[in-house]
Design a protein around this ligand. Structure first.
Ligand code: APR
Length: 249
């Protein structure tokens, strides 16, 4: 097991005070959740411009909600996989742990991670399209009325970030701040193509962090990674956490 990870690599991680993790759809793939791009990716079968933009929702809120309702029903049937569980374990063994995800599936929280910064929102939350009031949890599954309607009579929308929309300002500012300050940055299961999240590994690298990528495929970030594991997260992460626990150098 040790030889998978060099002693010097484990020592750097062990000495890392602040560890930042940025995950994408790939970490949920082994739970049976489709990714977006690549083989079996959602965008092969569905058009993002018809389902994941504010214009699409304006045009046909029922169609957009049918898609999100389908995804919620799929997600309700899946469980976190060893990759998710390993990150929950990692949170317990590193001094300062920061988990940012592009995923809206809630599987990191289900695996036990205490703090998860959701850069693209959550499929389990909704917000009113008229009133500027905070988003709230909605776990009805399947949803009885599509689109679901707010008490004020306006349609509710999924509290997720659609193409052409800004990410939550507070979480984005936090992500940049942590990327600048972290000692180790893990990029797990993302094609590193969707901005602004895709820029985070470069921010971390430019500020001196070691960058570790876990992805069966190469990505644009592979070129800056100090360690890049061509493997599934659910295979590598449990072994890495075990190796870290047993490493005292
Ligand atoms: N372990 C690790 N990585 C994996 C695994 C796995 N088991 N299976 C697939 N991958 C990798 C793929 O090789 C790919 O590089 O996960 C990546 C998934 O990439 P995308 O499908 O592009 O997903 P992501 O990067 O999260 O997309 C970013 O785009 O569609 C929008 O808002 C959506 O948050 C999403 C954003």
């Amino acid at each position: 097991m040790e030889e998978l990870f060099s002693k010097s690599f484990l020592s750097i991680l062990r000495r890392s005070e602040r560890v930042m993790v940025s995950t994408g759809a790939g970490i949920s793939a082994e739970s049976g959740v489709p990714t977006f791009r690549g083989p079996g990716g959602l965008w092969n079968d569905f058009k993002p411009e018809e389902l994941a933009t504010p214009q699409a929702f304006k045009r046909d809120p029922k169609k957009v909600w049918e898609w999100y309702d389908w995804r919620r029903q799929l997600l309700a049937k899946v469980d976190p996989n060893p990759g998710h569980h390993a990150l929950a374990a990692l949170e317990k063994i590193v001094p300062q742990f920061f988990l940012f995800t592009q995923n809206i599936d809630g599987l990191h929280q289900k695996a036990g991670n205490k703090t998860v910064y959701e850069l693209h929102g959550s499929i389990w939350q909704v917000r009113c399209t008229r009133e500027a009031k905070p988003a709230f949890e909605m776990h009805e599954n399947p949803i009885s009325q599509l689109p679901p309607i707010c008490g004020c009579g306006a349609p509710l929308r999924p509290n997720v970030v659609w193409f052409g929309e800004n990410l939550p300002a507070d979480i984005t500012a936090m992500a940049w701040e942590v990327a600048k300050a972290c000692d180790a940055f893990f990029l797990i299961g993302t094609s590193a193509t969707v901005q602004p999240a895709a820029s985070l590994p470069w921010v971390a690298k430019e500020n001196g962090a070691i960058v570790v990528e876990i992805n069966p495929e190469e990505t644009p970030a592979t070129e800056i990674a100090d360690e890049s594991f061509r493997a599934n997260a659910g295979m590598i992460l449990p072994q890495l956490v075990e190796a870290l626990k047993n490493h005292h150098g």
